[in-house]
Design a binder for this molecule. Structure first.
Ligand code: SF4
Length: 384
């Protein structure tokens, strides 16, 4: 399946493997010659949320690392640098991948089910997960990025509308380190009636949430474990409590739609007590209607010696989640029942087959058509 390139230089093609439309821009000759080899050659964009320090260094407050960066150096994410005592982003508008995805692919099962979400990712990450599934872009060094295409916020929103997407998500790599760009995009998106989504590791600061909060509708957050040791040993992050605190802010202060993901890795975070702690925290703090996606791990990046998650572990996680009080636990990355049934009367509310989604019995207010129970599903832009 192939579509003709549109007149404005963007081409669209069908990726059978990914099951989505992929979008690429045909570079002109001048752009083809653009080769980025050093930070100085990268389009530096003035940052926000930082403190200037007396000795010429600057402290970045975009994520919980709160890096102190000296002149010419980079933060942990390798995409933010100090120039003249100010912090600059090296990835503003720099896109590694984009596509018009089914929103279920994020995964988001309770936000405008069956709609399309325009998804953009850049380079770099503030986490260094040894099991990263997108390591090719997440491990990229902001000082030596040679790939990618420039997409302005106006172009991103234009493309989202053109492809009939009801939302834009920043995904594939960590959106928090892309704040200046996501903020500009999100403001424009809201002006055009398009909803906005962070697919995030949750390590943004409270200040970050306060900046993006008025323009961000959905917080799809990973809770990778309930153990600091896991975050320390496999991600190089000392503590996980801040992730929970900021997720609460997203929910309580900014009223974002929340869905959580735990990728279950054999021998690392599959202990039933750990899974119970995650599920219980979600239920007590984000609410029993918050979907919890427990997904299958596949060997990748530096963790190639660990086998894929056994199906029975995922089934056990689903049982644990339900016992903890969660009404909606979905198993991902493996064929399984993906449907949403009303937890009160059992009616089939949303049927899913692969990425084909059929809304069967949900009101515009997100309740079961049969018995009226709240399913916590956002169905329309008006209610989103
Ligand atoms: S966004 Fe990057 S530079 Fe800023 S605190 Fe986080 S890791 Fe450090």
């Amino acid at each position: 399946m192939h579509q003709n390139p549109p007149a404005d230089g963007w081409s669209v093609f069908w990726s059978a493997r990914a099951g989505v439309f992929k979008i690429k821009r045909a570079f002109n000759a001048e752009e083809m010659n653009r080769t980025v080899t050093t930070a100085a050659e990268i389009n530096l964009h003035k940052g926000i949320l930082y403190d200037k320090l007396a000795d010429g260094r600057a402290r970045c407050n975009v994520c919980q690392h709160r890096c102190t960066i000296a002149e010419g150096k980079f933060g942990v994410c390798r995409t933010r640098t100090n120039k003249g005592g100010d912090i600059y982003s090296t990835i503003y508008g720099l896109v590694s991948s984009m596509s018009a995805d089914p929103i279920e692919k994020k995964p988001l099962y309770h936000y405008m089910p069956g709609s399309k979400c325009f998804s953009l990712g850049s380079f770099g990450c503030n986490f260094h997960c040894v099991f990263c599934q997108n390591w090719q872009i997440a491990y990229a060094d902001g000082a030596s990025i040679k790939d990618g295409q420039m997409v302005s916020p106006e172009q991103a929103v234009h493309l989202a509308k053109r492809h009939g997407c009801k939302s834009i998500s920043w995904t594939y790599n960590e959106p928090a380190i892309w704040l200046e760009y996501t903020l500009d995009c999100a403001k424009l998106a809201h002006e055009q009636g398009i909803r906005t989504v962070y697919v995030t590791n949750g390590f943004a600061t409270p200040e970050h949430l306060d900046v993006i909060g008025p323009y961000l509708d959905v917080y799809r957050v990973d809770i990778k474990s309930f153990s600091d040791d896991f975050y320390k040993e496999l991600i190089n992050v000392p503590k996980m409590q801040g992730i929970l605190d900021v997720a609460k802010i997203a929910k309580d202060k900014w009223n974002m739609h929340m869905e959580c993901v735990t990728n279950i890795i054999p021998g690392r975070n599959d202990d039933p007590d750990n899974l119970r702690a995650i599920a219980s925290w979600i239920c007590a703090n984000l609410g029993e209607l918050t979907p919890w996606h427990v997904t299958r791990f596949f060997p990748c990046a530096q963790l190639t010696d660990v086998p894929p998650t056994p199906p029975e572990t995922l089934e056990l996680a689903r049982t644990i989640g339900r016992e903890a009080g969660l009404k909606f636990v979905y198993i991902g990355n493996i064929p399984s029942d993906q449907n949403t049934n009303c937890p009160t009367c059992g009616s089939l509310a949303v049927e899913r087959a692969g990425y084909n989604t059929y809304v069967e019995a949900v009101t515009d207010q997100g309740a079961c058509t049969n018995c009226g129970a709240d399913l916590g599903i956002v169905m329309t832009l008006e209610n989103g």
